[in-house]
Design a protein around this ligand. Structure first.
Ligand code: GCV
Length: 713
């Protein structure tokens, strides 16, 4: 293309490109630029009919109306009856014709969208057994239009694969957010219940549009105050705002709340007065919030109180709360993220050791919420061995959406590939093909209650997630929670079209950046199965030298074990034997030096510096190669992003461009500091192609990040 043609093209593109602050996220209903397509849609959809009065159907019709008015540049009218409707929104029992199909398979949330002749006129029917199913269907219909797909002859049925699809906010009552990188909490506790932020409703819309159906408002490092009458009144108001969008509210329950706010002398779960206290508290909650979802509990972990303090098991603690909630259909999400202070054994083994013996002892409304890997949301971990190991206990997945160890609010790191890698891992629990996805969607063990949680990355930054591309992780979590068979690419593609542009260059460039970004982050932070190498406290920059902390397993040296002979954590029989927690087929693969995937090599093995990798390089050279390639890939991302100038709005373009500079600086720091540090053990020269570090190891070690968002230190 010559220069003239290019500038004309850019001017045309610019006509549709104006400053945007990202607030609208993927529900950014821009006029459809292709006039022919816009006209086709507009001819097809002119009116919406809703026969029933219901807040959720009001929300659905209002969303469709606002969105279509904008996208089609027309005026869509809403009727409660009309001769020739374009879209009918109704639950199956209220559709204005005989609906002969059985809808049992749709359950409470599945929807059916189909074309139907009504009064000799073709219309789109969006239906389901409940109003919320109709809302989900409406968002689906909108997504088809947002991604510019055909809406004629529709015949779509979707049913979510997992029941409980929740965000976990690590938000504190003082407005701070633990590991939150997008500003303060969106919950404005002090102003509630009087002031109701409009963000609550928008938050509900975004969640509902991807099928998220619950939110835990408060941090797992819990504050009992949220259970006081004063705070429950505030929670009630949030619940009222979220309810029309099908979002249930859950709270974190601090285990010794009966002592802290109840005035009791104990929180022993077998004590009758403690049980009575919780029963009354739960009754009070349901009086305020009739559809309250239940409790999320972090107990006996990182200083949180729990049943072990009274010599009781996790099952005894969880069951006490579960019994209090049972009559209201509430649930308990009890976290498996535990590691005891007394046990100096490999931390990766502790959750399995504590929970596996309790299999079958939990009440039916308890889910064991388990992080994807056995340590802690590292850039890459093998899957948690508890998945598949508890046949009689529902396990729910806990993913992290906030990027605690993956560049926080500053790096592009699209997480769908991480989620997919974990969900598709084979546990071999019932022979080959027993994937983690099947464990959590209940199909492997015919589990009745299923769930998935994502630690939220939402804050009160104008664009919700600080990094404009981090919105994609919120979106991807929801889409996968609804349907874990979607691919990372499919999700990214629809997100880009909805959030940025349909322009092929934009879509392809962003796809390339996003799909590689998680691997890139792994390369420059913790390649080849290294883990927990971050700086003390804030978890952002490098700190492979971190030692001498209150617990060995809070240091980095505990995990990399570098010495003059080699590097890595021996988790085979000659070491901690953590491999034994996996089913035999997985065990064999991870335990064998030859068969262990190189991505997990240093997670499971301590290997000599001279060990030869598949590439033919030694471990030392491979490490240098990985760190350096990670940096080069960030440089490549920068070039790719720069090429989008003029194709997307200036505000978000330059925001991402500036953040990529931060990402590049940090990637260089990770590379140079890590390699210089490990060199003190390998005693090997840097490969010739490795750029000269600009500072000494001593200087790198002195770099301190103070006041990083989300770190509280
Ligand atoms: C909420 C890690 C994080 C903590 C977090 C904890 C957890 O240790 O660094 O901030 O606490 O995980 O998941 O409970």
């Amino acid at each position: 293309m010559n220069k003239m043609a290019l500038s004309i093209l850019l001017c045309v593109v610019a006509l549709f490109v104006h400053a945007e602050d990202g607030y609208d996220a993927w529900l950014r209903y821009q006029p459809i630029a292709d006039e022919q397509l816009r006209t086709e849609y507009a001819q097809y959809i002119q009116s919406i009919v809703v026969f029933q009065e219901h807040p959720t159907l009001d929300a659905a019709s209002a969303e469709l109306q606002d969105a279509l008015n904008e996208m089609l540049q027309t005026e869509i009218l809403i009727y409660n009856d009309v001769q020739k409707p374009s879209v009918i929104l109704a639950t199956v029992d209220k559709v204005p014709f005989t609906y002969s199909e059985s809808t049992e398979h749709l359950g409470d949330e599945g929807f059916h969208i189909f074309e139907k002749k009504y009064n000799s006129h073709s219309c789109i029917v969006v239906t389901g057994n409940t109003e919320i199913a109709v809302l989900y269907g409406s968002f689906h219909l909108l997504r088809l239009i947002q991604t510019q797909q055909s809406i004629t002859k529709l015949a779509i049925t979707e049913v979510p694969t997992i029941d409980v699809r929740v965000l976990n906010h690590w938000d504190n009552l003082d407005g701070s957010v633990e590991r939150g990188y997008a500003g303060q909490s969106i919950w404005r506790w002090f102003e509630l219940p009087q002031v109701v932020s409009p963000r609550y409703r928008d938050y509900a819309r975004y969640n509902s549009s991807v099928g998220i159906n619950g939110t835990v408002l408060t941090n797992v490092n819990a504050n009992a105050d949220v259970l006081t009458t004063e705070y429950l009144d505030k929670v009630r108001v949030i619940a009222d705002e979220l309810r029309p969008y099908g979002i249930k509210v859950y709270l974190t329950a601090r285990f010794n709340a009966p002592i802290e706010i109840g005035g009791l002398g104990t929180a022993d779960p077998l004590d009758a007065s403690v049980q009575e206290w919780w029963n009354k508290k739960v009754a009070e909650i349901y009086t305020n919030i009739p559809d309250f979802g239940g409790f999320l509990v972090k107990a006996n972990s990182e200083g949180q109180p729990g049943p072990n303090d009274y010599g009781r098991s996790h099952a005894e603690g969880a069951n006490m709360l579960a019994r209090a909630l049972q009559i209201y259909n509430g649930i308990v999400m009890w976290r498996a993220f535990v590691y005891s202070n007394k046990e100096p054994e490999d931390r990766a083994k502790q959750a399995y050791n504590e929970f596996k013996p309790l299999d079958g002892e939990f009440e039916k409304n308890v889910l064991i919420q388990t992080k994807n890997g056995p340590i802690d949301f590292q850039p890459r971990e093998p899957f948690h061995p508890l998945f598949g190991a508890m046949e009689h206990t529902p396990l729910m997945m806990e993913f992290q959406i906030t990027q605690e160890y993956l560049g926080q609010g500053f790096h592009v790191c699209y997480l769908a590939p991480l989620y997919k890698e974990c969900l598709s891992a084979d546990t071999y629990a019932r022979g080959e093909g027993s994937t983690l996805a099947e464990v959590i969607d209940g199909s492997l063990y015919d589990t009745q209650l299923t769930g998935i949680a994502g630690v939220s990355n939402v804050g009160n930054d104008r664009n919700w997630t600080r990094h404009p591309l981090a919105q994609a992780n919120w979106y991807a979590f929801g889409r996968l929670a609804w349907n874990h068979e979607l691919t990372s690419k499919q999700i990214a593609e629809e997100w880009i079209c909805m959030t940025f542009s349909h322009n092929k260059k934009v879509v392809n460039t962003m796809l390339d950046i996003m799909l590689q970004s998680r691997e890139t982050e792994v390369m420059y932070t913790s390649p080849l199965g290294l883990h927990h190498q971050m700086a003390w406290h804030h978890h952002y920059g490098p700190g492979p030298w971190v030692d001498n902390k209150p617990r060995a397993d809070w240091t980095s040296i505990y995990y990399h074990n570098a010495d003059s002979t080699g590097i890595g954590f021996d988790r085979t029989k000659t070491g901690s034997n953590a491999v034994a927690q996996y089913y035999p087929e997985v065990q064999e693969r991870f335990a064998s030096l030859e068969n262990c995937p190189e991505d997990y090599l240093l997670w499971f093995h301590h290997v000599p510096w001279e060990y030869t990798m598949n590439s033919g390089r030694t471990v030392w050279n491979e490490l240098c190669y990985m760190y350096h390639t990670g940096v080069q890939r960030v440089e490549q991302m920068q070039t790719q992003w720069d090429s989008l100038e003029g194709y997307i709005d200036e505000q978000r373009f330059s925001h991402v461009q500036s953040l990529l500079k931060i990402q590049h600086n940090t990637a260089c720091l990770w590379r140079d500091a890590s390699v210089l540090y490990f060199q003190t053990f390998s005693h090997k020269p840097l490969p010739k192609w490795f750029p000269n570090p600009t500072q000494t190891l001593k200087e790198y070690k002195q770099i301190e990040y103070k006041y990083l968002p989300g770190s509280q230190f």
